[in-house]
Design a protein around this ligand. Structure first.
Ligand SMILES: Nc1ncnc2c1ncn2[C@@H]1O[C@H](COP(=O)(O)OP(=O)(O)OP(=O)(O)O)[C@@H](O)[C@H]1O
Length: 599
């Protein structure tokens, strides 16, 4: 239904300038067809930009680097080697992808405004290079697109040069459809989910095994390649290219603005944004005339301010959900595919297996503070290891070391793979690949995504297929008591729900080792009981668990062994009974009150 509406909408968008306007007013057709070519070009660029800026949240203002590379590649290969622009177009896209990776590598180390500024800096450098190498580029004087060989006019599809505007419309529209399809495919793929996860919460994305650098680089490269294709065409269409136009910061800002106005991170938003602003700006340019040259820029500003104030999620981001609520059927989850929530010991507990994680002398310093001091531990297959200790003892730091979020200052750590070999992972995604999943003490949901999508992000660690990830996510989320909330936004969950979501997302990764950081803190007694049952069920499915917990009744109930950390050091290790009677632990953490209550 939505696909049919989208195809009909696209067809109408093409039909208006191609058939309707020429039939209605043949004289004005040329002008309007030029406007629509401009709309298609900018909409295609905005769709391409949105893959990086919208999905991944990396607000680059340097994307016209690739528009310029595309434009110059097609024109220069035409001028110097007599090649048709189609070859230059794809060669330019290939060059743009390489340049994108080279530029993204340093830029993506920066965050927020620093990333944006670095992309502007690269744009300026490349613009200056284009001016400097004037033997090739014509310098700041620019370069006309060659139209003649001798006296013969090179016209037709091969040379992308036409007398009739209709042909340009076809190519520009084709590029828009290409960018739109690419954007749609990316958004619904594992890469798209990963990009959104990176945008929402980078640490949580790393915890579900996403190589954040790799996915951001991919978005940068895809966006650059598409932008370059559009640049090649537009350079030829304009018949003239110069560094000021092709490597233009104002154009880069406009393109980002179209996506912002239409709805950042939505697939169709960039098209709606372009459709709204370009005609208004072009009409204003016509009305204001040459005397007020440049004043049409004011129109962009006014529309931007109006949309940001009234619709902070952009046109599609604000109107889309309203339309879905009003007219669309809510996307239901098939109840026959939902597993029952965990209610108790469903299967017999398998015997505890061999050691699968081993840490020796783990130490982590923060300046003069030693947060984790010479901690050694082992974890066996199917075992639950409890970690307790006073606030600030170094428990979370230990988890960060065990999951790759912090490198140790000293000590070693290794994990056994399913084939029996040992590995020493060094980054969160490598730990995830080795079968280690973790939750966070301060919950880290991907707030703008649904519960189902959050858990799918964990499931994507097991599969590339979105259908399969959805199936796994539905099952795991329901086991964790989230069956009724699959389509709710993660930000709307209660503390208990958010804690369950943390566990579900980690479990959906299919881990062999699960690190639970205070998942029972702040829960009511009924939720604690449910959480204890859940951890037991996870253990019984053969997963080894390390759990940090302050809820003593719970940690005593689930743990096979407990280690006690105090001031970064491990002060005791033993069964729950041994720990409860250990004088050093009573003094440092449990207190006499606990002993009396427990007795
Ligand atoms: N990134 C950091 N930079 C500097 N100091 C840190 C950092 N992370 C933790 N610390 C310090 O290391 C010590 C141990 O902190 P950690 O969070 O590991 O304790 P914890 O046992 O998990 O505490 P709680 O039970 O309150 O969560 C604390 O003194 C903390 O302030």
């Amino acid at each position: 239904m939505r696909a049919a509406a989208a195809i009909a909408g696209l067809f109408a968008l093409f039909a208006v300038p191609f058939w309707v306007i020429p039939a209605y007013d043949a004289e004005a057709a040329g002008f309007w067809q030029h406007i629509f070519v401009t709309i298609f070009v900018f909409a295609a660029m905005a769709c391409a930009w949105n893959i990086l800026g919208g999905f991944a949240g990396q607000l680059s203002l340097g994307q016209t680097i690739f528009y310029g590379i595309g434009g110059y590649a097609a024109a220069l290969m035409n001028q110097h080697f007599g090649l048709i622009p189609w070859i230059g177009m794809f060669a330019g896209a290939a060059v743009s992808v390489v340049v994108a990776v080279l530029i993204a590598w340093p830029c993506l180390r920066l965050r927020g405004p620093f990333f944006t500024l670095s992309t502007i800096a690269f744009l300026e450098v490349i613009r200056l290079l284009a001016i400097h190498f004037k033997d090739w580029t014509g310098g700041s004087a620019g370069l006309p697109v060659p139209m003649f060989v001798g006296t013969e006019l090179r016209i037709g599809w091969s040379w992308m040069l036409f007398r009739e505007k209709e042909n340009y419309l076809v190519i520009a529209f084709g590029l828009l459809v290409l960018a739109l399809i690419a954007s749609w495919l990316v958004r619904r793929s594992r890469l798209g989910f990963s990009l959104v996860a990176v945008r929402e919460r980078e640490d949580a994305a790393r915890a579900v095994g996403i190589n954040t650098t790799a996915v951001k680089l991919s978005a940068f490269a895809i966006s650059a390649g598409l932008t370059s294709l559009v640049g090649s065409f537009h350079g030829i269409y304009l018949n003239f290219i110069d560094p000021e136009t092709m490597f233009s910061l104002p154009t880069a800002i406009q393109v980002a603005m179209f996506a912002l106005i239409g709805g950042l991170g939505t697939v169709s938003g960039p098209i709606w944004g372009t459709l709204l602003v370009v005609p208004i700006a072009e009409a204003a340019r016509g009305w204001l005339g040459a005397g007020a040259n440049g004043l049409h820029g004011l129109v962009y500003g006014v529309v931007l301010v109006a949309v940001v104030l009234t619709m902070p999620h952009g046109l599609v981001g604000s109107i889309g959900p309203w339309l879905r609520r009003r007219f669309g059927a809510a996307r239901a989850v098939d109840p026959t595919r939902i597993a029952a929530p965990v209610t108790g010991d469903a299967i017999a507990r398998p015997p505890i297996g061999p050691v699968i994680l081993e840490a020796q002398g783990l130490t982590r310093r923060f300046g003069g503070l030693i947060a984790t001091n010479d901690v050694s531990l082992t974890l066996r297959e199917g075992e639950v290891l409890g970690v307790i200790g006073p606030n600030g003892a170094g428990k979370t730091t230990l988890f960060n070391l065990l999951s790759g979020f912090l490198p140790p200052s000293a000590g070693t750590l290794r994990v056994m793979m399913p084939d029996g070999s040992w590995v020493t992972p060094s980054a969160p995604h490598a730990f995830a690949a080795a079968g280690v999943a973790r939750t966070f003490q301060i919950v880290q949901p991907f707030a703008g995504l649904s519960v189902l999508e959050n858990v799918m992000l964990g499931a994507f660690h097991q599969t590339r297929s979105a259908t399969e990830a959805r199936r796994i996510a539905e099952e795991v989320a329901t086991r964790c008591g989230l069956g009724a909330l699959l389509l709710a936004e993660a930000r709307s969950l209660t503390v208990g729900g958010a804690k369950r979501l943390e566990v579900a997302r980690a479990l959906a990764m299919g881990p062999r080792i699960l690190l639970l950081d205070e998942v029972m803190a702040g829960l009511n007694p009924a939720d604690v009981t449910a959480a204890v049952e859940l951890v037991k069920a996870v253990r019984d499915s053969g997963v080894a668990v390390i759990a940090i917990e302050h809820v003593m009744a719970a940690i005593m109930a689930i743990s096979d062994r407990i280690i006690v950390i105090n001031s970064g050091r491990m002060i005791a290790e033993g069964t729950p009974d041994e720990i409860a009677r250990n004088p050093a632990v009573i003094e440092a953490y449990l207190g006499e009150d606990y002993v009396h209550v427990a007795a």
